[in-house]
Structures are given as C-alpha cells and as structure tokens.
Design a binder for this molecule. Structure first.
Ligand code: NAD
Length: 358
C-alpha cells in the first residue's frame, strides 16, 4: 500500500508551471539537484528512491531532508515494484518521468553484477511498462552515460559514434537501456530522451567518485592512487558541473514532445533522442589533484599506477553540439570553480566547519 504521506493531499506534487514530474533516484546526487531545480521553478515533483546501501546512507537521508524542507516528498520504494509504480501513476498524473535511479559506478560491477541488472535493466523495463500504459503517457527523460562510448578512441565523442565496445558491465547496462528505450518508443510511441552524462561533480556528490574520495583522502593525509595509461599519460575525464547538467536535464524536459498515446499510431512514433551532456574540456586526473591541492592547501601523497582493467576507460570527451542546438545546453563552470563549490559543501557537511551554503 502507498505510504501514508502520499495519500495525504499535502504530499501530492503541485505544479504552478504545468509539469508534474516523477523523479526516480531523487535521493541520489543528480536526483536531488534536478528535483530542487524543478520545484524552484514551479513544477510539481514527486521523488522515488530505494535508498540502497551502495554508498553512505546518511548522505542520502540528508539529501532527503534537504528536499523535504523544500516541500518535495520522496516515496521509499524500488522501480522494480510494479504495484507501487502503478499506484503512483494512479494517484498522480505525471507529465514527465525524470528517471535517474540506477546502480551507478563502474568498478562495483565486478563485486555486485546483479544489482546492475536489477536496477538498470529490469527496473528500467518495469518503469517503461507502467509508463507506456499510463494515459496520457508521460514523456521519459533518463540518464544514460558517457561510459557507453567504451573503448571508442575517436574524440570528442559524438552521439553517432560507435557504442559497441563497453568496458564495464555498468556501461553495458546503460547501452542496453538505450536499446530497450528505443523499442518502447518504436512499439508504444513513448517519447524518450536519453542523456549521456559525463563525470558529474559538485555539492552533495557521490562518495564513490574520484574527486570526492581524493578530497577526503588528501585531507586525511592518505595516499591516493592515480591511473595512467601507457600511451596517453594520466587518465582524463570531461568533468561536468552539476548545475550545468541540471540545466541540460531541464532543457531536455522542456523540449520533450508529448507522447502520441498508446501505440503512437495516429501521428507516428513520438521522439527518441540521445544527447551528450558534457563539458567539452577533458582534464587529466593529475590536474584534478593539483587543483584540489591548491583549494585544500594540502599536498597530496600520491601513487601512480598503470590503468587496470577495472571498468575505467582512459579518457572521456564530449562533443555537445547536438545538446547546444536542441536543448539550449551551455556548460559554464570550469573545474576549479566547480571544485571550490564542492569543497565548501564537503567541509560544511562532513566537518561542520561551516553551514553548507548551497
Ligand atoms: P546516485 O547513486 O547518487 O543516484 C541514484 C539513486 O537511485 C540512488 O539514490 C539510489 O538509491 C537510487 N536507486 C538505485 N537503484 C534503485 C532502484 N532499483 N529503485 C529505486 N531507486 C534506486 O547516482 P547519480 O550520480 O545521481 O546518478 C544519477 C543517474 O545518472 C544514474 O542513472 C547514473 O547511472 C547516471 N550517471 C551519473 C553520472 C555521474 O557522474 N554522476 C555519470 C553518468 C551517468
């Protein structure tokens, strides 16, 4: 049965701007920021998250509290729970689903492959099943990943490039998600937009990501490990600041066409789109570390090792011209400015030295 609070009218999402959005993975890093941005501009938002234990559960609960203060309620449940999803869709007329729930992280896939199948494949299919039967169908906007480019070495990565050489099970499930989504667009006319995020970072970020644990370990005086590829030097990432990604997500939502309804027979299938949301400026991880050293005013103890086959790729670099043209996407935060904001949040949140100003 539905959580008591949802049945209560006050927890129902209220929209003054026309959109009513189900945000899955709302207590996650990106989900928190996207939910808040939608709410702030007047859209109705309902969150859904299973609060899995992949990383610090206290961080997820803190994000939840933060969202609750802004009037956003998160239903605790799994996207594999069809009854729960059905009840949510019966209770609320969603115009959009912002699907950000997933098992993230490339390395953890070697420890727990099943959770990637559960959330990124089975759970996604379940969500699409319920969405395609809703009347009217919501437009789906969901997170794919730059990892789908895998071992592709043609840079920058553009949406038409090959994605048939994934380097991790995580990447394989994201790629599968794109193909699964395409079938739901083709058969049922669901309007679907996939966003390939490139290493998103910022306040409320994920403790399993390098910029986050480097910050923690540098401050603790612990040695950090940097990967280097034999021919290309330091591993590089197209780090993209969270606020920029959020704007891209909102742009995708605002330009999503309404679904054509069941089967999409009358007006032909609704749109199926895939966009890169990156920053177009890859930064070697060694440079990430020197920026952190400068901000933290601490010298890092580092060890450089050859890149192991653990799911990580050597570099990522987005061509974003499609998102610029179609979504009005325009990243504006450089890595140093973004990391300063992250570190300020981190110190406030974990060390209580300052109240988080975010
Ligand atoms: P996150 O782990 O912080 O957020 C995902 C949230 O989904 C978590 O709160 C988790 O509890 C929830 N969740 C997981 N499985 C679920 C399930 N079966 N049912 C309900 N909730 C579930 O990750 P994030 O960084 O916010 O990522 C958001 C999305 O963006 C994910 O799809 C991720 O794969 C994708 N992505 C993120 C990045 C990045 O750099 N952060 C890069 C590429 C893609």
């Amino acid at each position: 049965s539905l959580p008591h609070k949802l049945i209560h009218k006050s927890a129902r999402p209220r929209s003054t701007a026309g959109h009513t959005v189900l945000v899955t993975g709302a207590s996650g890093f990106v989900g928190t920021h996207v939910s808040l941005a939608l709410k702030r501009r007047g859209d109705g938002v309902l969150g859904l998250d299973n609060f899995n234990q992949y990383y610090d559960p206290a961080l997820k609960r803190a994000r939840q509290k933060f969202l609750e203060k802004a009037g956003i309620f998160i239903v605790e449940g799994d996207i594999n729970d069809k009854d729960l999803l059905q009840q949510l869709f019966d209770a609320v007329l969603f115009t959009h689903v912002m699907h950000l729930a997933a098992q993230a992280g490339v390395r953890y896939a070697m420890q727990n492959p099943g959770s990637y199948i559960h959330s990124n494949i089975a759970g996604f299919v379940n969500l699409l099943e319920v969405s395609k039967s809703a009347s009217p169908q919501p437009a789906i906007i969901w997170a794919s990943s730059s990892s789908v480019y895998g071992l592709n070495s043609k840079v920058p990565f553009s949406e038409k490039d090959r994605t048939d050489q994934p380097a991790s099970l995580y990447a394989a499930t994201k790629k599968a998600g794109e193909e699964i989504a395409h079938t739901y667009n083709h058969i049922y006319g669901l309007s679907i937009t996939g966003l390939r995020f490139f290493t998103v970072y910022g306040p409320w970020g994920r403790p399993d990501m390098a910029y986050f644990f480097f910050t923690r370990d540098i401050m603790k005086g612990k040695t950090i490990t940097l990967y280097e590829s034999p021919d290309k030097g330091s591993v590089a990432r197209d780090f993209t600041y969270i606020d920029d990604v959020v704007k891209g997500c909102l742009g995708a939502l605002d330009t999503a066409k309404k679904s054509t309804g069941s089967g999409g027979k009358k007006r032909g299938p609704a749109q199926f789109r895939i966009f890169n949301l990156g920053n177009t400026s890859p930064v070697p991880v060694s440079r990430l570390v020197s920026i952190l050293e400068k901000i933290l005013k601490v010298k890092a103890k580092k060890k450089v090792v050859p890149l192991p086959r653990n799911g990580d790729v050597e570099f990522t670099h987005a061509n974003i011209s499609l998102a610029v043209r179609e979504l009005g996407y325009k990243p504006t935060t450089d890595l140093e400015a973004g990391l300063k904001k992250f570190v300020r949040w981190y110190l406030g949140f974990y060390l209580g030295s300052k109240k988080s100003s975010w």
